[in-house]
Design a protein around this ligand. Sequence first.
Ligand code: ADP
Length: 303
Amino acid sequence: MAPSAVRDGSAPSPSAPVVVCESVVRIHRHGSIEVQALQGLDLSVERGEMIAVVGPSGAGKSTLLSILAGSDAPSAGRVRVDGWDLGGLSASGRVRYRRDVVGVVRQQTSRNLVAHLTAEENAAMPAALAGRGRKARRAHAVELLDRLGVGDCARRLPHEMSGGQQQRVALAVALANGPRVLLADEPTGELDTTTAHEILGALRTVSREDGVTVVVVTHDATVSDSVERTVAIRDGRTSSEVLRTFSDDGDGGSSVVAQEYAVMDRAGRVQVPREYRDALDLTRRVRLALEADHVSMWPDGGR
Ligand code: ADP
């Protein structure tokens, strides 16, 4: 249980978003040089939702994930995860948050596991760090490995498993303490397409069946095209979102309807996509008009 000092004394409402980022800024300072990795980022993710986060290199994706993981802190703005205020974590609160609230899976399969421990010992380690008894944590580790389809790897060392098996074990490690939020940084980056689909399926199961909120940073279209919401980050802000509706077409196949939205921040700022700006030569000044059900935008000097 988190201390009231960081949870502000109230349990989060079950219907409230689990992840809430408001105007988050992260500035890195090296001497006189400042880099703004996040520049007023807003994001909200519901309980049990699985989203993909995409964006060009340098957009701020890793910084966002590090903040949500509790390994970095925002310079300004508000970040709350399952009621924890990540801007005001004490050292001991940070340890508890990282141990109990979030699980993390990284791209490099080799970095997720301790090389000289078996799959079962790896999956039992988070519970050991949380002080749980040996028997209970072993049983839980075996159950998790079974559920993720790698029960047969329990006695194997990481180098005795394929990349896909290692990522499943990594998922078992990340889920060992029953986190509310699972953060995955390019979890399919080193895997072939078939194995990537399997890992994606495992992530989806975790979000749907266990109500775990899953945030996946990815360049992999296999991942971003198959979730219901993909959030694009550009220049340290959320710039657009794609919402997808999946439906069965009755012939055993399925169809998807995807709709892209620009994201408006609290001050009403919207990033107009570069291709729109280029196509109509929208530059410093544009003319806006309020219509009955939409807003029109013209280039400076337009009609
Ligand atoms: P992405 O994951 O989308 O590639 P990052 O979050 O890694 O983006 O980086 C966002 C920006 O912040 C980049 O300009 C990057 O160079 C800068 N940055 C990230 N971490 C540091 C750091 N520790 N020190 C200085 N600049 C950093």
